[in-house]
Design a protein around this ligand. Structure first.
Ligand code: ZN
Length: 114
């Protein structure tokens, strides 16, 4: 399921304060909860096993200023983060990405292949 340890801790803390997605408002699910429910500890296996409906609701961390926004780099201190379901986080990421100029997208794609 990836992500740094720090981000996971932060996500778990946000979830314990308020488990709702800040974009669509539905209750999100922590991967650790799925591990308990499905009794599968291997994340790759778990992701194959759980239905898409459940996958969409997995709790993820979202940044107020998205990762393609140049303002993010000049922000002081830590960016503010929110809890979002996987579906909203994915949608937002794609939308942000599609707004980028084509040269910028090609540039990023070439880095991802390295
Ligand atoms: Zn959502």
């Amino acid at each position: 399921m990836g992500g740094s340890r720090r981000l996971r801790d932060r996500r778990d803390r946000l979830w314990s304060e308020n488990p709702h997605c800040y974009i669509c408002g539905r209750i999100t699910i922590l991967p650790s909860q799925l591990v308990k429910d499905y009794k599968i500890s291997n994340p790759a296996k778990l992701m194959k096993f759980i239905p898409d409906e459940v996958k969409k609701r997995i709790a993820t961390i979202d940044h107020e200023v998205n990762r393609f926004d140049p303002r993010r780099q000049v922000q002081e201190g830590r960016p503010r983060t929110y809890l979002a379901c996987k579906e909203c986080n994915d949608n937002r990421g794609n939308k942000d990405y599609n707004r980028l100029p084509i040269e910028e997208r090609q540039e990023r794609a070439s880095h991802e292949e390295e």
